[in-house]
Design a protein around this ligand. Structure first.
Ligand SMILES: Nc1ncnc2c1ncn2[C@@H]1O[C@H](COP(=O)(O)OP(=O)(O)OP(=O)(O)O)[C@@H](O)[C@H]1O
Length: 574
């Protein structure tokens, strides 16, 4: 019944112990309330004066007030604790997602990740605030009350004791049903989040293809499924609340009937009978509280479970103490029979038996058909992916991945679709070099062929671009990424993944002239379909089905008439 994931929340144990202490205090105050109220009423019944009952009534009110004060301060503390811990969970989640890298986000879905980190974390806050006091109260208060009831009337105690497990059994059965429904609802929620974001992103394409109407239906169906799952969870929730209310009311009524008979038969005095009767609803109250909020917390519990499942995802192998010095002429990098899979637990490799060695600076071209593994190789070199074995050798160091600050700080990565932040064009260009001088920014802009583009922007270089800002074309975005590269001359290792795929031939030819000098005295990996770049490369890797099928200099490959030649001929034929 208690969610194991709760124990993974920071400082939860002292909080639970504190809540248990408050539970004991509340139970004593409940008993105090019932005791003094019943005492005063039975004295009045026996003919005592009202004024003689002031002290008992005063004690009753003190117990009552203290109980409210305890609950008030407990809830205030829990609100703060739940807020703080939900922020901690959010931070842990984001740190973990950063460590797991972009492939993980791709696999899980960006929409799902975003809702989990924003709305999901609020659900966790709600979950903690509701569930923690309910659990501790349920485990403590009824038992203390029960012990007291036994001291007053054994038969009533026995009735309460028998009914308690029956209600728990009902709660478990209905709870399982509700959980199954809530799990389905949560899956629907994740699907809906991903689907919604994908649809928004793809709206332009869908419109273009004339498919937006058809897709509208798709979105409607998924939303409807989610609505149905929510309604079905609610049905169970309402049913279980009704069942619990019915059983607890029935139990209190049975206790009342037995007490009534005993009173009529003169087997019992009014005071213990009244105390027992007043206490009976409070005996069941924590159980009802727990179960009525249980359904409201299921989504929070599910989010917590999903977040901890992400936290448990295996990370890249720890390579502590490895430090790679700045890349120089003498340095070597070697991939020795390297194999890699996006899903390391699966059999299928994306890259297989990759062998390649390079020393010092140089331009290495990577060519191959779509899906041959070029981007994957670039991502491996960028430290975003891990090989199956430690098959990467940098100088004398054997590594299974290059996610090392000392390596990544030297890198400059220009992907196929560079990410443009919602920020000014200037800040987007200064991404790697926030302190760059205006002069060097201007130079980088000019070399990346962005001068004319900037002239057309309403606020020039200070125009806000990216999502919800001024939109750039694919080619312009690539040029922003290339301008980043021009600006940061300190980085020695450049990784280009189709950096000119969105550019027209003329722009590309212009850019090529300014880009080539950037490659001097650096280690450059350049993946592309545009074969004219290969003439400029010192060495070429030809990839097919995740393997390097041929490698050598441009001249070598041309003369060899092997895989490269075949690739060129096929491209010509297309
Ligand atoms: N994130 C991913 N998860 C699982 N498989 C992936 C992922 N990214 C790529 N793949 C698979 O890995 C293989 C190689 O893809 P990769 O993107 O490296 O090819 P590529 O040669 O760069 O293609 P392109 O020229 O079209 O960019 C493909 O079969 C692709 O489906």
């Amino acid at each position: 019944m208690i969610d194991k994931n709760l124990f993974r929340i920071e400082k939860i144990r002292p909080v639970l112990i504190g809540l248990a202490g408050l539970g004991v205090l509340q139970a004593l105050l409940i008993i105090g309330q019932a005791y003094f109220l019943s005492y005063a009423l039975s004295e009045l019944w026996n003919g005592a004066t009202v004024s003689a009952q002031y002290s008992k009534m005063g004690l009753f009110f003190i117990c009552f007030l203290l109980r409210q004060v305890v609950v008030f301060f407990r809830d205030r503390f829990l609100d703060r604790y739940a807020y703080e811990q939900s922020q901690v969970v959010r931070k842990q989640l984001l740190d973990k997602v950063f460590r797991l890298g972009p492939n993980f986000v791709q696999k899980e879905g960006t929409g799902n990740m975003v809702t989990m980190a924003i709305e999901g974390v609020s659900q966790i806050e709600n979950y903690l605030t509701l569930i923690l006091p309910k659990i501790t109260n349920m485990m403590i208060i009824p038992w203390i009350i029960l012990v007291f009831v036994f001291t007053q009337d054994v038969r009533s105690g026995v009735i309460l004791l028998i009914v308690f497990p029956i209600i728990i059994l009902f709660m478990i059965i209905l709870g399982y049903a509700a959980r199954a429904k809530a799990d389905r609802q949560y899956e629907g929620y994740q699907l809906l989040s991903n689907h919604f974001l994908d649809s928004l992103r793809g709206l332009q394409t869908l419109n273009f293809l004339g498919l937006s109407k058809k897709y509208e239906k798709n979105v409607y169906t998924i939303s409807e499924d989610y609505r149905k799952a929510t309604m079905s969870t609610l049905k169970i929730a309402i049913l279980s609340t009704f069942a619990l209310d019915f059983f607890t009311t029935l139990s209190v009524a049975i206790v009342a009937v037995f007490l009534g008979f005993k009173l009529m038969n003169g087997e019992m005095l009014l005071f213990p009978a009244l105390t027992t009767l007043v206490l009976a609803p409070d005996f069941f109250l924590p159980l009802r509280d727990f179960s009525s909020d249980y359904h409201a917390t299921l989504d929070g519990g599910n989010t917590l479970k999903s977040i901890f499942t992400i936290m448990d995802q295996p990370e890249f192998t720890e390579q502590e103490g490895v430090y790679l010095t700045e890349w120089q002429e003498k340095d070597t990098v070697e991939l020795d029979n390297l194999s890699l899979a996006y899903d390391p637990s699966g059999e299928k490799n994306t890259l297989t038996d990759i062998n390649f060695k390079w020393q010092g600076y140089g331009k290495i071209g990577i060519v191959g058909f779509s899906g041959s593994g070029k981007s994957t190789l670039i991502k491996l070199l960028g430290g975003f992916l891990e090989a199956r074995e430690p098959s990467i050798k940098v100088n004398e160091t054997n590594l299974s991945h290059l996610r090392l600050d000392s390596w990544q700080d030297q890198l400059l990565y220009v992907p196929q679709d560079p990410y443009i932040f919602h920020d000014s064009l200037k800040n987007n260009i200064c991404f790697y070099q926030p302190d760059a001088s205006d002069e060097s920014i201007k130079q980088a802009i000019s070399r990346a062929g962005l001068t004319e583009v900037i002239k057309e922007l309403p606020e020039g270089i200070n125009t806000v671009i990216g999502d919800a800002g001024h939109m750039l074309s694919g080619g312009q975005m690539q040029r922003v990424a290339i301008a980043r590269a021009f600006l940061d001359e300190g980085r020695q290792i450049l990784l280009f993944d189709e950096p000119t795929a969105h550019l027209d031939v003329e722009t590309e030819a212009e850019l090529k002239q300014t880009m080539l000098p950037l490659f001097d005295k650096r280690l450059v990996f350049f993946a592309t379909h545009r074969l004219h770049w290969m003439k400029e490369m010192d060495y070429i890797l030809v990839m097919k089905d995740g393997q390097i099928v041929e490698q050598g200099t441009y001249e070598d490959l041309r003369q060899r008439k092997g895989a490269y030649h075949e690739f060129v001929e096929q491209l010509k034929g297309e």
